[in-house]
Write a protein that binds this ligand. Sequence first.
Ligand code: GUN
Length: 293
Amino acid sequence: MQLIDGKAVAAQIKQEIAAEVAQIIAAGEKRPHLVAVLVGHDGGSETYVANKVRACEEVGFKSTLIRYEQDVTEEELLACVGRLNIDTDVDGFIVQLPLPKHISEDKITEAIDYRKDVDGFHPVNVGRMSLGMPCFLSATPAGIVELLRRYRIDTSGKHCVVLGRSNIVGKPVSMLMIQKGYPGDCTVTVCHSRTTNIREICLTADIIIAALGVPEFLKGDMVKEGAVVIDVGTTRVPSDKTRSGFRLTGDVMFDEVAPKCSWITPVPGGVGPMTIVSLLKNTLLAGKRVIYP
Ligand code: GUN
């Protein structure tokens, strides 16, 4: 078994991005600028957004955090999106999800100018991704395929089982894994909460991407020898062993599954750090107007 070290790969890519930002500044051009919009005080969202802002600073981007209280109206949030869409100083922006129940996430996502949608959630970007066209790839799926690429993991003709059908991970990553070319060319099966024989399906998988959000769902007896396992789970479970009072738990029972794998991502330190790096990459592309001139 070999570990896929997302933390190390992410650090390397951050250095590559920082070097590019230094070149941009040296050429007298504008520093890339990412804006994050955060509604309310959900612990997970607070942490994710703080990590995104810190990552921007590390690579030399400008970053701005806009906060709203939980009771912000949909109209106010749409007005904020409208302002960011036309602000020429802003290259890309994200509205952190989930949003309070009284606000339609679909409406907010569709209101974002797809040319600034560095999360890759807008229907235009999702559609272009499905067609294999240049677009902003959503961060977690992009991070997963980048890990496969950097570790030169063979995907052609492999059976890839995706656990989970979320709009943010399951659906888009399954779409990327069937694309023509590397890292793709897989035969993909998507399993979800209504799938009846998940264990049997997983046992036929060469690659398993676990993105259900169910802590330690994937057990040792569900994985064949030599499989590649990518764990996307990041559930916060209470712990008296950490200062924060919780620990991140993946969707994979690591101790049982790891000995059977050829490659496996840990949690934390696997897919998580790559997700933020993908967002930085998209912001850099947005600043350079590479995808949408
Ligand atoms: N919530 C969980 N993951 C994400 C993400 O990648 N982007 C946004 N905007 N919200 C999220």
